[in-house]
Design a binder for this molecule. Structure first.
Ligand SMILES: Nc1ncnc2c1ncn2[C@@H]1O[C@H](COP(=O)(O)OP(=O)(O)OP(=O)(O)O)[C@@H](O)[C@H]1O
Length: 227
């Protein structure tokens, strides 16, 4: 039996007072690659937000990495985020600085001090996403796929146990989506757990894996043929 990295029991997800999802009980184990699918508005982003502490867990119990979501305090959220790598559809890179400085900004904000250690870490994560030579580029000088690789590199800076990717290929063409997906697959092969929300059924068919579906206020596992 593998180690659990996410465990939810009878969880409900709210946007304000509105119930979005109900009765969620599930477990994700270390090393798994899990898709989260569902129609627009079915609650995928709200589910992800609850996991990274952007929405409070008001009902049910949840454990993610080493944190108890039920008792999570506002001041603990930055520490939870360091254990998670979060990747968004729209990359969210800082436009006013180059790639190296985007990454340096995150390292400094998360307590790194030693310049040579920081440079080595930046080189390491850029290498992992195949972008070692692009550190001096500004975000606007990169293609969408390259920007997403940098966003993935940024998510890797603090060696997260779990990567939450919310439609990471949503803004990319099919070929670039496959390239970004290969990067995520490689990262998963090194033992990191990934939960990826997606609309992209072509990707799921090409890279089949455990799939959770948001539908009718519920989250449940679906078998590949039923996707
Ligand atoms: N900030 C918000 N305030 C209030 N309600 C919200 C907010 N964000 C989303 N909702 C509502 O919560 C429900 C779930 O939305 P959510 O964004 O989680 O769905 P989704 O599956 O991620 O959709 P998409 O695939 O379009 O991103 C929807 O009914 C939406 O209108």
């Amino acid at each position: 039996m593998g180690e659990s990295i996410l465990r939810l029991k009878d969880v409900a997800v709210f946007q304000g007072e509105n119930l979005v999802l109900n009765d969620i009980s599930l477990e994700i184990k270390k090393g798994e690659f899990v898709y989260l699918i569902g129609k627009t508005g079915s609650g995928k982003s709200s589910f992800m937000k609850t996991l990274y502490g952007d929405l409070p867990l008001k009902q049910g119990s949840g454990h993610i990495v080493d944190f108890d979501l039920t008792t999570l305090k506002e001041k603990e959220i930055p520490y939870l985020r360091r254990k998670l790598g979060v990747v968004f559809q729209d990359f969210k890179l800082l436009p006013d600085r180059n790639v190296n400085n985007n990454l340096l900004f995150v390292l400094k904000a998360t307590g790194w001090k030693d310049p040579s250690e920081m440079n080595a870490k930046i080189e390491d994560v850029l290498d992992k996403v195949g972008m070692k030579t692009k550190g001096f580029k500004f975000p606007h000088e990169l293609s969408g796929g390259e920007q997403q690789r940098i966003a993935i590199a940024r998510a890797l800076l603090n060696d997260p146990d779990l990567i939450l990717a919310d439609e990471p290929t949503g803004n990319l063409d099919p070929q670039t989506s496959v390239e970004v997906m290969k990067v995520l697959q490689d990262i998963n092969k090194t033992g990191r757990t990934i939960l990826m929300a997606t609309h992209d059924y072509a990707l799921i068919l090409k890279y089949p894996s455990k799939t959770l579906k948001c539908d009718g206020n519920k989250v449940f596992e679906v078998i590949q043929r039923a996707v």
